[in-house]
Write a protein that binds this ligand. Structure first.
Ligand code: FMN
Length: 332
């Protein structure tokens, strides 16, 4: 049986559902050709960070106070600093577009509506095929209500969409008190959603008694949280859906499409297994489609979603009801 793994995500046509996610390996174009040759459907560039710009500016301001620069110079420096960052990022987009034919998705890491929205026009002009907004406001401000926090997400999307015409994708986290509603509401504003970003977490080195970064790469069992929410969201969202976190192999890819994803974004498995993993995942997907009589991604998508599965209640189950009683049996 001949299978066709073309998919649509946020208005883009992708030759395969595998997108290389934003990370260090997409911060330059060194591996882009190899990603494309192995079958990647698109590449998300490393994010340009809103806080990076603010941080650089703040440290300059400190110095400026010490040496007493005048306001005019400060204005110029602020402008120049931003221009430099933009220029580097614009050059990356242009280089990426030269290097490969697959869509290039730029990415902005943002937490507020200030300062950076004007970048996006330049991103579009440089030829990016879409823009992914990696929005994350850590809900650790104990004085802010969840309504205030959530409002910022919508304001960011609205502000950016007012600047550009290319598709806008939101890569979101699951730190929301009413996650399902947030997914649905954001899907009405954005062209695509990516469920869910994975963050650096703090860990503690008990020997040194200091805070360190936890593992930066995911493991395949981390697939389960995005899997649940892709499955619940399929058929309910207005935008496209991509899944990310914990997708390391063909099985992960197949599960996400069965749950209802249009595409997946992978990073850790590329670092661990190299770009050849893209080809292997595609082979597994094609074999699975042929074995199960799916000619296209559309035929296969969402078959095991909450909307279409025979036992949708599984998506709602969160407690280990049956296992509490005989828990001891599992302890060796
Ligand atoms: C080294 C590294 C750098 C990353 N940089 C970014 C980034 O700049 N922007 C972003 O949105 N996500 C970034 N991520 C998150 C990934 O795009 C991805 O969402 C996450 O790693 C989960 O996918 P995975 O399980 O396939 O690794 C980064 C991840 C890693 C490991």
């Amino acid at each position: 049986m001949k299978t066709n793994i073309t998919t649509k995500f946020a208005g883009l046509t992708l030759k395969s559902p595998i997108i290389i996610g934003a990370s260090g390996i997409t911060g330059d174009t060194k591996h882009f050709k190899t990603f494309e040759e192995n079958g990647a459907g698109a590449i998300v560039l490393k994010s340009i960070f809103e806080e990076e710009i603010i941080f650089e500016f703040n440290s300059f301001m400190k110095e400026a106070e010490e040496y007493g620069y005048d306001n005019e110079f400060l204005d110029y420096f602020d402008y120049k600093l931003k221009q430099d960052n933009i220029t580097k990022y614009i050059d990356l987009i242009k280089a990426a577009k030269q290097e490969v034919d697959i869509p290039i998705i730029a990415s902005v890491n943002c937490v507020s509506t200030h300062e950076w929205a004007y970048f996006t026009k330049k991103i579009e002009e440089a030829g990016a095929d879409a823009l992914e907004l990696n929005i994350f406001i850590l809900p650790s401000d104990l004085t802010k209500s969840c309504t205030d926090m959530e409002k910022t997400y919508f304001e960011i999307v609205e502000k950016v969409k007012a600047q550009i015409n290319i598709p806008v994708v939101v890569k979101m986290s699951y730190y929301f008190s009413n996650l399902g509603k947030m997914i649905i509401d954001l899907s009405e504003k954005a062209d695509g959603l990516v469920l869910f970003n994975r963050f650096y977490n703090p860990d503690i080195d008990i020997k040194e008694k200091k805070i360190v970064n936890a593992k930066i790469f995911s493991t395949p069992d981390e697939i389960l949280t995005p899997l649940r929410w892709v499955g619940i969201s399929y058929g309910r969202v207005k935008s496209s859906l991509a899944a990310t976190t914990g997708i390391h192999d063909g099985n992960g890819l197949i599960k996400m499409i069965l749950a209802g994803a249009d595409a997946v974004e992978i990073v850790s498995t590329i670092y661990k297994n190299g770009p050849k993993v893209i080809k292997e995942m595609i082979k597994d997907l094609e074999n699975y489609m042929a074995d199960n009589g799916y000619e296209t991604i559309e035929d296969m998508k969402g078959v095991a979603s909450k909307q279409k599965a025979k036992n949708p209640a599984m998506y709602e189950r969160a407690q280990f009801m049956r296992y509490f009683g005989d828990f001891d049996e599992d302890i060796v």
